[in-house]
Every structure is written in structure tokens, then in C-alpha cells.
Design a protein around this ligand. Structure first.
Ligand SMILES: C[S@@+](CC[C@H](N)C(=O)[O-])C[C@H]1O[C@@H](n2cnc3c(N)ncnc32)[C@H](O)[C@@H]1O
Length: 227
């Protein structure tokens, strides 16, 4: 997190501090929004290319992505990219932090406002793990299930999310897909164990994405499994 960041709003949740912050854009125009979850820097708006790619790669793999589930609102980039696809009739977003859902409704960051006001979106406050196990609404099936709730099983922000990457949760997620649907998972690094587990359940693609951040080359990964 940049030391010149200013907090717009923050709250304490059972998982720790959540905050929206801004810092000057290095290009000299506008600001960069930052999201802190569980007291840890989660993401910013400087380069959302991999969050966007999560949506693009999944959308490219299905003919009729009528209904889409997005797990983890974040700053809204994945959801906004889904909404740009006119084939999509409805998007359910499940976000664990109620405060973030409220801030989206107040449009405290640009993409959050666009997503929260969109007529084809319903934002649900809750744990996507419970939704995938059928223990809380919304109910599927979905043509796409996109999960970007954490950095990946080897580098968790919320320890509680470890269960989401286990075989039973992945099987539950695949079972929520309509025929021909795709489960797509974002990770901040390659996750060989996750790939093995997914491949044991369903044909899976690994897509590696190179991003340059603060002078360093980073490799993110997407995992896309077919119903
Ligand atoms: C990295 S952000 C997602 C970024 C998003 N793809 C975007 O484009 O801005 C992760 C989000 O997942 C949420 N989250 C974490 N664990 C969750 C869970 N188990 N269920 C639902 N949301 C969760 C966090 O609060 C955070 O908003």
C-alpha cells in the first residue's frame, strides 16, 4: 500500500479491517482506488487486467452465458466486464463483506457504483462457499461461476477460504453449473495442487498472465474447468 494513500471509508468486521483508500495516479491524472480486506491490501484499480481476464477467458468458453455468478465483489472489475457482454442476462454477485456491499451502493468507487446500479445485477452479502453448497441464496444453475475471493490456496488472505479450494467445494461449484458451463478461478500465482484437484474432477485449462507491477514482473493464473 502506498504511504500517500488516504482512507475514504473503513470498518471493522469479524475478519479484520476493511477499507477503501485512494492515492494519486502515477500518471498525474485522477486517483487509484485501493481495497483493504482482513487488514491486508487486496487490490487496486491501477491495472485490473487479470480481474478483467477472468471474465473474458470464461465468457469466451461458452455460447450462451445467460446467468453468471461472481464470487467476490472487490472493486467490481470482473463483474463490470461480465456486464459488458450483452449475452449475459443476469449476474449474481456474492460478497462476504456487508460494508463493501453498502459502499458499492453509495458508489464510493467508480466501478463499484456502475455495478451496484446495474439493472442486470443482484449483489448478495454472504459467503460464496455457502452458496455453492446450496446452504444460502442465490440458487443456480449458472452458465459461469467466477471465483476471485482470495489469492489462491497457497497464499490466503482469509484462512477460512482454504475450504473453497478443496475437492468437495470445487465439486459443489461444478454441480451448480448448467450443462456446458465453466467454473473459473483467479489466483495470484500458479497453483499446481489446485490444477491437479480440478483436473481430477473435470477437464481444466490453466491460463498464465504476466503483469508488470512497480517494476517487477508477476505471473498470475486462471483455472477454467468445464461442467
Ligand atoms: C480480490 S477481491 C475481488 C476482485 C474482483 N475480481 C474485482 O474485479 O475487483 C476479493 C473479494 O472477495 C471477497 N471475499 C473474500 N472471501 C469471500 C467469500 N468466502 N465469499 C464471498 N466473498 C469473499 C473479499 O471481501 C473481496 O471483496
Amino acid at each position: 500500500m502506498d504511504t500517500t494513500s488516504e482512507t475514504i471509508v473503513s470498518a471493522t468486521t469479524p475478519r479484520g479491517e476493511i477499507a477503501l483508500r485512494v492515492r494519486p495516479d502515477p500518471s498525474g491524472s485522477g486517483v487509484v482506488h485501493e481495497l483493504v480486506v482482513a487488514g491486508v491490501f487486496a487490490m487496486d484499480s491501477l491495472d485490473p487486467s487479470t480481474e478483467v481476464a477472468l471474465a473474458q477467458e470464461a465468457l469466451a468458453r461458452v455460447d450462451s452465458p445467460d446467468r453468471v455468478l461472481v464470487g467476490g465483489l472487490g472493486l467490481g472489475f470482473t463483474t463490470w466486464q461480465v456486464l459488458k457482454d450483452k449475452r449475459v442476462r443476469h449476474v449474481d454477485v456474492v460478497e462476504i463483506e456487508e460494508d463493501l456491499v453498502a459502499w458499492a451502493r453509495l458508489a464510493l468507487a467508480p466501478t463499484l457504483g456502475l455495478v451496484a446500479r446495474h439493472p442486470r445485477v443482484t449483489i448478495h452479502a454472504g459467503d460464496v462457499d455457502r452458496v455453492l453448497h446450496g446452504e444460502s441464496d442465490p440458487a443456480g444453475p449458472w452458465d459461469l461461476v467466477l471465483l476471485d475471493v482470495d489469492n489462491g490456496p497457497s497464499f490466503l488472505v482469509h484462512e477460512g477460504n482454504e475450504r473453497l479450494y478443496r475437492a468437495d467445494a470445487l465439486r459443489a461449484a461444478l454441480s451448480r453449473l448448467a450443462p456446458g458451463g465453466v467454473l473459473a478461478i483467479w489466483a495470484a500465482q500458479r497453483e499446481p495442487a489446485l490444477l491437479d484437484t480440478l483436473e481430477s474432477l473435470s477437464p481444466t485449462d490453466e491460463v498464465l498472465l504476466e503483469v508488470e507491477r512497480e517494476g517487477r514482473r508477476l505471473e498470475y493464473a486462471l483455472y477454467l474447468a468445464r461442467a
